[in-house]
Every structure is written in C-alpha cells, then in structure tokens.
Design a binder for this molecule. Structure first.
Ligand code: OKP
Ligand code: ZN
Length: 344
C-alpha cells in the first residue's frame, strides 16, 4: 500500500504535559513517527510518498472555522504576550458557561477550544497539524482514485480533536478529515473504525448526528480510562445518527479474546452497513507493553487485526493515532499493515 509521510511532523515537539499534578516529558514525541517510518521502510510495506497540499476548507468540512483560525494564530497571539515556552491551558468552559463568545484573552481562548492540559501548543504546531491533515487527504485521494489502501503516517494524532476542540495530544481530526474527504468524492457511506486504546471522542462527536459516516470504537472503559467523559456503550448516535455509533468499552486489562470478540462484532456491523470506504484510526497503544495503556495485544494479534480488516474488502485508509512504547510502535504498526497486505 502507499504510505504518505512528511518530515514536517517534527515541527510539533511538545516539551511537557500535565500529568498527576506535575509537568512530565510529553509521551507524544517526534520519535514515534520516526520509528514508524523506519519500520515500514525497512519492511518494504509500500512506496513512501510526500503529501499534496489541500486548502484549509477541506479541514473546515469537519472543524469550525473559528477554531481553525485560532489554531493558525495561536502561537503569534501567545508570543505577542512575551512568552516563548509551550502554551498549555489551565482554565476551561464548563456546563452552563458560555461557549458562544470567544474571549479576547489568550488563556480564555485556549480554554474555550481545549479540554485537557496534556496537549501543548508551540511555534510549529499548526504547520505540523496542517501537514497531518494533508497526509490524510492525500491517502484518501489515492484510495478514491483506485488504490486498495493507503497509510497516513502523520503525527500528532487526531481522534480526540472535535469540531471545535483540541485535547489528548490532538488538534485536527485526521481520520474525520479523510472520512469526509471520501464523502465529498463520491462515497455514500463511510465507516471510521477506531482501534486505539482510547475512545475516539472527537471522531464520535463529529459524526454523532450523521448516518452517512458510521463510527465504531474499541477502547478502554471510560469509567477508568482517558478521555473519561465519552465512549460508553449506550452512546448509539442522535437524530439521523441513531444506530450509526457503536462503542465497545472494555475493562482495562481485558484479554485478547475479549478484544477480538468486539472486533468480530464491529466487522459484522460494517459488513451490514455496506460501506463504500473504510478509515481505520490505527493506534497501537493497545500493545501489552504500552506505558500508558492496559490491553495485551502483540505481533500475532496485530497481524490478525490486519487480516480481519482486509477481509472487509473495502477501500481503506489507515491513519496513525496513539502508541507510546516508542521502540516497538513501528513494528506494531507494520504488523497490522503486513497482516492486511498478506491477506490480499
Ligand atoms: C492520545 B491517543 C498520560 C495520561 C493520558 C492523555 C492520553 C491521550 C492519548 N499522560 N493523557 O488516544 O493515544
Ligand atoms: Zn490512544
């Protein structure tokens, strides 16, 4: 399959995130994409291409223009106050407070458009994030054009980013951008399947009221796992979207047997939906040795995942999400992609 990659992800390199009351080194770091690049190259998973550039309007198909304006301008607004360190929010809008008036104060703006203090923003964030969306759109365009599959090797990840919010290391929802790209280029029904350890709260919220993009997610139960406030089994969609959202929250520490039961059910639903295209939010923080997650997948499971996705026989875009066991992340991703390719 074609692999889309750019060095520009390096422009985003957060120093510290708030974790358990302390600022700790960021888990989401440039080495992640480097290791994935090295592994797919060494294993000859496919030809590696640079992304094309797309207009910001393609991103605004799933994100609020005022939020995107904020991301574009954030670093300039922050440095205009004399700061040179990464920006991190410390105040947020909560239930019953206003979200319709963007504060003039930068901390107020940042709080309006975010929901955690683990997602630092710096000088190169927007450039890296824009390139990530271009990578997802390039992958989608190739697959729309007839490629069986493509891998969007982008970072930072995207599945926690909603229509107008950042969080969970995510700014622009690359998987949602790709799914919407499929819709805008002829696909009538698109599926986003999220296999990252964490619930794809951003993706779910973007498509929650829609039946043309079905969202399914297998993840650590939000009762104990990040992002805590979304991802329960009784979230089935709203309005037009009722029946087109499916969550598989699994207890932290769940067995691989349980994980594949969920995947089997997801595969059945995707088949029944008769989708025209498939987007996989491919996080490999489901890995047994991941430092911040608690599932137990390893190489055989990653290959089996790839094979079961191939059996759906759909035009497929893989988008990189999480995975923090940095030394192994590349091989884990490559095992999924090779499992997919080997299954034909
Ligand atoms: C992003 B993705 C560890 C605590 C959790 C946020 C996790 C975001 C995961 N610092 N912080 O889904 O892999
Ligand atoms: Zn994750």
């Amino acid at each position: 399959m074609k692999i889309i990659y750019s060095e520009r992800h390096r422009l985003h390199h957060g120093e510290r995130e708030m974790y358990r009351g302390q600022l700790v080194p960021c888990f989401e770091k440039p080495e992640r994409a480097q290791f994935v690049y090295d592994a797919v190259k060494e294993r000859k998973v496919g030809e590696i291409l640079e992304p094309k550039e797309f207009p910001v309007s393609a991103i605004e198909r799933v994100h609020a223009p005022r939020y995107i304006r904020f991301l574009e301008q954030a670093w300039d607004l922050w440095t205009a106050q004399g700061y040179t360190n990464d920006a991190l929010p410390a105040v947020w809008s909560i239930r019953g407070h206003r979200d319709d008036i963007e504060p003039e104060n930068f901390s107020g703006k940042l709080g309006l458009y975010s929901y955690d203090s683990g997602t630092p923003l710096m000088a190169g964030t927007w450039a890296a994030v824009k390139t990530g969306a271009d990578i997802a759109l390039t992958a989608q365009e190739l697959v729309t054009g007839g490629e069986r599959a493509a891998f969007a090797l982008s970072r930072p990840p995207g599945h926690h980013a909603g229509r107008d919010f950042m969080g969970g290391y995510c700014f622009v929802n690359n998987a949602a951008v790709a799914a919407q790209g499929f819709r805008d280029h002829g696909a009538e029904r698109v599926v986003v399947l999220d296999v990252d350890y964490h619930h794809g709260n951003g993706t779910q919220s973007i498509f929650y009221e829609r039946s043309d993009v079905m969202f399914l997610s297998i993840h650590g139960d939000p009762r104990t796992e990040y992002p805590f406030f979304l991802g329960h089994a009784n979230e089935i969609g709203n309005g037009e979207g009722v029946g087109y959202n499916k969550n598989y929250p699994l207890a932290a520490g769940s067995s691989n047997a349980l994980w594949f039961d969920a995947l089997g059910d997801a595969v059945r639903r995707i088949n029944d939906y008769r989708a025209d295209a498939l987007v996989i939010s491919l996080g490999v923080d489901t890995f047994a040795d991941d430092p911040i997650s608690k599932f137990q997948l390893r190489e055989p499971e990653y290959r089996k995942l790839g094979a079961q996705l191939a059996a759906l026989k759909l035009p497929t875009v893989f988008v990189l999400e999480g995975g923090y066991a940095v030394a192994e992340i590349g091989h884990n991703v490559a095992h999924v992609l090779q499992g997919f390719e080997d299954a034909g």
